[in-house]
Ligand binder design. Sequence first.
Ligand code: NAP
Length: 300
Amino acid sequence: MLTGLQIAVIGGDARQLEIIRKLTEMDAKLSLIGFEQLDHAFTGAIKEKIDDLDFSTMDAIILPVPGTTQDGQIETIFSNEKVVLTEEMLSVTPEHCTIYSGISNGYLNGIVKAADRRLVQLFERDDVAIYNSIPTVEGTIMLAIQHTDFTIHGSNIAVLGLGRVGMSVARTFHALGAKVSVGARKSEHIARITEMGLTPFLLKDIQQYVKDTDICINTIPYQIVTASVISKMPAHTLILDLASKPGGTDFRYAEKRGIKAILAPGLPGIVAPKTAGQILAGVLIQLLMDDLMERKGKEK
Ligand code: NAP
């Protein structure tokens, strides 16, 4: 149980509701910032404004998946008020206070470092990224269906990258009957793609492999679908770019060529916020319990 822990949950989308629900079930005391418009009330959780929050009592701060913007704002879909996290706020937290976020950026890294606190990026964890790839793939299938007039079955699909998302995407589209080729740069990835019964290609040869592509799914957060790559694609190709913003596609050139290219971030939160929230909640609870045990051990 998380009895006695005081946690601030600041901002977010429907995924945060699962986290709030699970944390209150585990008996943590929550302060909810940026949830004024949420009708639902949770026992053990009070809605507060960020300026009224007593940071000096917080054992943990939970930020939404994107963390903050580059100017410190925290997005929240349950409030119209601007919520900004500052170094001054973190500085008054107890030394053991840990900040949890999905991903981070220069601003968030900077204020956490300046306040000398610990930041945990949940999406850096393999387990979270792999579980999260499941709703990501389902969202990708949804987009592929919505934006094409042909079946996935039998179509030529080029997947770029064989990381946590790329592997799940490649395997699932293959299982749906698509002819899947996967581009990677490492020889061990080429070997794995072959083992999976898919067609491998080296990313340096990408231009040769997109000539008959119906759907190109990019998972590489690096400019990989360049103008010269797009120029080799058939006019009907759909590009689904899953890589984190700004994606890996030259969207300006794709538009110029009349090729539909969609940057599709945050699919788990769109297609399966409940599951995506449960994935995060499960890992968060484990981490909070580990922290609590460690602190209790030190106090003895
Ligand atoms: P990952 O496991 O780190 O995989 C990234 C892949 O990109 C690897 O295959 C890596 O290959 C390749 N790569 C990286 N830089 C490269 C470069 N300069 N040239 C060639 N290949 C390069 O990451 P992931 O968990 O699969 O996530 C992939 C992306 O999807 C991330 O941007 C993540 O934020 C995003 N994402 C989006 C959604 C969504 O809803 N759209 C959901 C989850 C994740 P090497 O091993 O050779 O480096």
